[in-house]
Design a protein around this ligand. Structure first.
Ligand code: DX5
Ligand code: ZN
Length: 222
């Protein structure tokens, strides 16, 4: 399967958001990744509904929304209405994770769960069959441009096994510190979606970077 590339808008130039969205529209990226941070679940605040609405207005790519917020159940419907095709909540932010997943699915969109680097994948054991996406954080969430945490490789292999054992259809997404080097190793170990922020938007030609990444990944895709 061809790897899904999800550029993270967090690394775009917010003063030229429309321009950067159009660059992604005209690229080979499959999704656009939207990072919502509340300053509570993570130390940083990114942006909220009006900016998400502006992004949705211009993006031709499906919006993969990553909610790094406390009590995300308060805002699921709002983000669906703003155009998310998929909502990913953090297991650490959801005491009633099973219910939150069902709420997302009842909204008629895809449901993902993200895990912080220290969180054991065992928390997913009894919900993984219901999931469309598992997002393994390969940095501590809250900021772009951080260094990839290598224990993610082992976690990825283990979550892949769990998906097979439980008969889940969930895709595995890796978020944080993705570049060509880490991307190749990740896809070789079963990653199906790569989120990349600074690697793409920090390059002189983001569309070309996406194209080169996709080209390289064909060497290891299964
Ligand atoms: C981190 C966010 C990521 C971030 C990735 O909290 O969830 O999506 O934008 O940025 P890079 O690719 O720069 O690590
Ligand atoms: Zn993210």
């Amino acid at each position: 399967m061809s790897t899904i590339i999800a550029p993270s808008i967090l690394a775009a130039d917010f003063a030229n958001l429309q321009r950067d969205i159009e660059i992604i529209n005209n690229s080979e990226a499959e999704w656009l990744h939207i990072d919502i941070m509340d300053g509570l679940f993570v130390p940083n605040i990114s942006f909220g509904m009006p900016v998400m609405a502006a992004i949705a207005k211009h993006s031709k790519k499906p919006l993969d929304v990553h909610l790094m917020i406390e009590k995300p159940e308060r805002y699921l419907e709002a983000f669906r209405d703003l155009g998310a095709f998929q909502l990913t909540v953090h297991a650490e932010a959801c005491p009633h994770l099973h219910r939150t997943i069902q709420q997302i699915k009842e909204l008629g969109i895809k449901a993902g769960v993200a895990l912080n680097p220290h969180t054991n994948i065992s928390i997913l054991e009894y919900v993984i069959a219901d999931l469309d996406l598992v997002c393994l954080m390969s940095v501590n969430p809250g900021f772009g441009g951080q260094k990839f945490i290598p224990t993610t490789y082992e976690k990825l292999i283990n979550v892949n096994e769990m998906i097979a054992t439980r008969g889940s259809k969930a895709l595995i997404e890796i978020d944080g510190g993705v570049n060509i080097e880490t991307g190749l190793k990740l896809v070789d170990r079963g990653a199906e979606v790569l989120v990349a922020g600074s690697f793409i938007f920090g390059s002189p030609d983001p569309a070309k970077t996406i194209s080169e990444l996709k080209q390289k990944l064909t060497e290891v895709e299964q």
